[in-house]
Design a protein around this ligand. Structure first.
Ligand code: UDP
Ligand code: MG
Length: 325
């Protein structure tokens, strides 16, 4: 495919790497072999997210031999989202493909995603229909989370957590990534009007190395969902949220107040002998305040990042990258 300027379209494949010494060589070979039959013009961008094992040495060796391989090395571990953000910043592709570097995603699916982009979609999300991960700590929480996110955000995808996704570059470059928001990229780009679809992709069990996440992530994803919903629906009208919650809390306090009075008048229960009620009210208020404060903090973080134009990572060195940041 040619771009509008008549140049051959470039595909940037971005892989975050954190302690994957046994995987990356194989992953690299698998990408090259899978793409060989297709006349694609591509670059592979590995972002080393502060690995403590031999990942960097192995990547340097690969990059030295193959100029299509670009390497960005972080000073320390900044997290998968930051690594993906750096990948975007250092990429020049018309199409951007993300995948994990642990061999769980399959490079043979890349051409399928790209074909969908050519059909006119801005985002093609991989869907691990036959996912090879633990059932209780991974698959079930992820199913629930995806269902909730689809309900809340209106973006109907089965598998947001699948790393293997392709984006039209100009759409992806409109959004800024920080925190742990990479799972929500499709939701964020849907706000700028992106056309989204999904395709089933292969998935393999992790053979080497360990997963970097556990069950804790589910709770983080749910908290992120609150932020995403808030930013998507209410960021220009926060008073609806804060004011609405204020009214609700006021109503709740009216009810609890009436109950206390009722118990006093008809059951003879002295108000100050009814501690449960106070506790409940207190807890409700506290949880509300926590969530509100959380949202405020999220907003502040966004203002902080966007006004300073500060990258959420620091780079130690790069290889095969001309336009240094
Ligand atoms: N990763 C990263 N930084 C981190 C954690 C993970 O760059 O702090 C990379 C990791 O090397 C892998 C991808 O992100 O390529 C997904 O991580 P993992 O396989 O542990 O997640 P899972 O597949 O278990 O959800
Ligand atoms: Mg994995």
């Amino acid at each position: 495919m040619k771009t509008q300027q008549g140049k051959k379209e470039l595909i940037s494949i971005i892989l975050p790497v954190y302690n994957e010494e046994e995987n990356i060589s194989l992953q690299y070979q698998h990408i090259v072999e899978s793409l060989k039959p297709f006349a694609l013009n591509y670059e592979i961008i590995f972002v080393d997210d502060g690995s403590q094992d031999r990942s960097v040495e192995i990547l340097q060796e690969i990059a030295r031999k193959d100029k299509r391989v670009k390497l960005v090395i972080f000073r320390r571990n900044f997290g998968q989202t930051a690594a993906m953000a750096a990948g975007i910043d250092y990429s020049s592709g018309d199409i951007i493909v993300f995948m994990d570097s642990d061999l769980q995603n399959d490079a043979r699916d890349i051409p399928i995603l790209i074909e969908k982009i050519h059909e006119g979609y801005d985002v093609v999300s991989g869907w691990r229909k036959d996912r090879k991960d633990k059932l209780f700590s991974r698959k079930i929480p992820s199913k629930i989370a995806n269902w909730l996110i689809a309900k809340v955000s209106g973006v109907k995808l089965h598998d947001l957590g699948c790393s293997l996704k392709a984006y039209r570059g100009e759409v992806l470059r409109q959004i800024k990534l920080y925190g742990e928001m990479h799972r929500f990229i499709p939701v964020h780009v849907s706000w700028v009007g992106a056309k989204i679809t999904e395709v089933p992709v292969r998935h393999h069990a992790r053979k080497f190395g360990k997963s970097k996440y556990g069950i804790k992530r589910t709770f983080k994803v749910l908290l992120d969902l609150i932020t995403v919903k808030f930013l998507g629906s209410y960021s220009t009208k926060p008073i609806y949220v804060f004011g609405g919650a204020g009214i609700l809390i006021f109503l709740a306090s009216c009810i609890s107040g009436s109950a206390v009075i009722f118990m006093k008048l008809f059951q003879g229960l002295s108000m100050n002998r009814n501690p449960l009620l106070f506790l409940t009210v207190l807890l409700i208020l506290m949880s509300m305040m926590c969530i509100m404060l959380g949202i405020l903090a999220e907003l502040l973080i966004r203002i902080y990042h966007e006004s300073q134009n500060k990258a959420p990572y620091t780079v130690k060195s790069t290889i095969n990258i001309k336009n240094k940041k």
